[in-house]
Design a protein around this ligand. Structure first.
Ligand SMILES: [Zn+2]
Length: 130
């Protein structure tokens, strides 16, 4: 099965090992992609765990689950990124997440997210929604 994140790779060779905790994303983009796949598969725990502890309190498991479940996640487009490579400790990724909402309407979530790496692990910190 092709991965939800649109990498063109198989799910089990792309985001699945991240969601299962068997591997760690090496770049901010990989974390971003895995978080999209987590929405697509309703992996709420992963979404919380990959959110930085300083901002995690702003995200409720229940809200994430509702947002993940009610929408049908179609595709991810990476618009731009800066830093966030394996050697970096911070980075940004601007993306568009295409989805169909509960009313069957096509929607786009356009966001520029900030990521930070601590002790070798990338976290989503916060984002600006356009
Ligand atoms: Zn993927």
């Amino acid at each position: 099965m092709i991965c939800y994140c649109g990498s063109g790779k198989n799910f089990d060779e792309c985001c699945q090992p991240f969601l299962d905790g068997e591997a760690k994303p090496q770049t901010a983009e990989e974390l971003m992609r895995s978080r999209f796949s987590a929405y697509a598969t309703c992996a709420v725990e992963y979404l919380l765990r990959s959110t930085h502890p300083s901002t995690r309190k702003f995200h409720k498991a229940e809200d994430i689950e509702n947002w993940a479940k009610t929408n049908n996640w179609e595709k991810l487009e990476i618009v731009s990124k800066s830093n966030g490579e394996a050697k970096d400790t911070q980075g940004t990724v601007e993306f568009k997440a295409y989805f169909t909402d509960a009313d069957g309407k096509a929607q786009i979530h356009h966001e520029k997210s900030n990521f930070r790496k601590e002790l070798g692990k990338w976290f989503f910190v916060d984002g600006k929604v356009f």
